[in-house]
Design a protein around this ligand. Structure first.
Ligand code: PMP
Length: 372
């Protein structure tokens, strides 16, 4: 009808801060080699697929009822996983889970941010932090980084002291640069944030299983305003599952329940995540292969004459291009989709299977020859 054509978003009575904005998301293009969204390239192994079917069938028999609102079994298993791999004992009451770590972060900002409050991140970093801030009415402050994309601790401490934000985001390893953060940096920013406000410090460890460094989980000890956020989207190869979680002081877990929707985690999601956790060791085996491929990408890109940022994640930032978008297009024209995150001069490639990475390396070697 007429109305369908003549009314756009900005004609609607939407919130001022949403006007003129576009939704987050990388282009989903039908290209042979897709290395643009930091997914795990390995499909779940067949025995795990069978186990998911079994556990979901079991859950299906009870779908007339609401799911376990507190996801007790799942949080217990996530706590067990963190305790086993994170170098720090974590229990059920320290863990909360939601539909992807994006929802975890949203719940944190709904609880600790909101209108009249602010959050800071050190950019370039994961752009959803700023977008979830906007979505929850939280003011956003863009903090600094060094030229090499590490966090400039003194400048970051000064920014925290100046703005006294309610929430501080530290992404380690950082997306899109791949940069891991030293424990000492988190300790210092936590101290600065407590002196300034006190505020909640969120360490986003979405990619930590791929890191050369240990998890920052042990920093939770004695820091009740620290939160470590995790996801099953990357290391567990389950981006389609939508399961993120956090570890923190039990009071933080109680606090986010003030904003979570009742029964937000479906019984199907809980059953699937539990099945995946039964296969943790197999899935972490794929992580080891991906780490080796990530290191190979770094070495081969450097050998081909590119600048590469040291990476602790399942992706690699490379450049430096006079026009990153043009380079992105040339690589795409060769059948390989990488990511232009809008960091001037840089692109990001996700570590795929060895064949996918070879296709990518062929494309960028060709591009280099063309440019020289
Ligand atoms: N944090 C970071 C740093 C990310 O890169 C991503 C995914 N791109 C997420 C959180 C969110 O992942 P998910 O919602 O799938 O858990």
């Amino acid at each position: 009808s007429d109305t369908n054509e003549t009314i756009g978003i900005d004609d609607l009575p939407i919130r001022e801060e949403l006007k003129g904005q576009s939704p987050y998301g990388a282009p989903q293009l039908d290209v042979p080699v897709q290395l643009n969204t930091n997914e795990n390239p390995y499909p779940l192994p067949e025995p795990l697929v069978a186990r998911i079917a079994e556990r979901v069938a079991e859950a299906a028999r009870g779908l007339n009822r609401y799911p376990d609102r507190d996801a007790v079994e799942l949080r217990t298993e996530l706590a067990r996983y963190l305790t086993r791999t994170g170098g720090h004992p974590v229990a059920l009451e320290n863990v909360w889970a939601a539909n992807g770590s994006n929802e975890v972060l949203q719940q944190l900002l709904q609880t600790f941010g909101g209108p009249g409050r602010t959050a800071i991140g050190f950019e370039p970093s994961y752009s959803m932090h700023a977008l979830i801030a906007r979505g929850t009415g939280t003011g956003w402050i863009s903090g600094p980084r060094n030229e090499d994309f590490t966090i400039d601790v003194e400048a970051a401490e000064a920014a925290v002291a100046e703005h006294a934000p309610d929430v501080v985001f530290i992404t380690s390893p950082n997306n899109p640069t791949g940069t891991a953060v030293e424990a000492e940096v988190v300790e210092r920013l936590y101290t600065a944030a407590q002196a300034a406000r006190p505020s909640l410090v969120v360490v986003d460890e979405a990619y930590v299983e791929f890191s050369h460094r240990d998890s920052l989980l042990p920093l939770l000890e004695g820091r009740p305003h620290l939160v470590v956020s995790r996801t099953m989207s990357k290391a567990f190869g389950a981006a389609g599952l939508r399961l993120g979680y956090l570890a923190a002081h039990p009071a933080v877990v109680d606090a986010v329940q003030l904003v979570r929707l009742p029964y937000h985690l479906s019984a199907v999601t809980q059953a699937t995540a539990l099945a995946a956790l039964e296969h943790t060791d197999t899935l972490l085996g794929y992580v080891e292969q991906l780490k080796a491929e990530r290191d190979r990408l770094v070495a081969e890109l450097r050998a081909a004459g590119y600048e590469v940022t040291d990476s602790d994640a399942n992706f690699v930032q490379f450049g430096h291009f006079p026009d990153a978008h043009e380079a992105w297009q040339s690589i795409l024209d060769r059948g390989v989709l990488v990511r232009d995150n809008g960091v001037p001069g840089w692109l990001r490639v996700t570590a795929g299977t060895p064949d996918e990475n070879d296709a990518f390396l062929d494309a960028v070697r060709e591009l280099k020859k063309e440019q020289d």
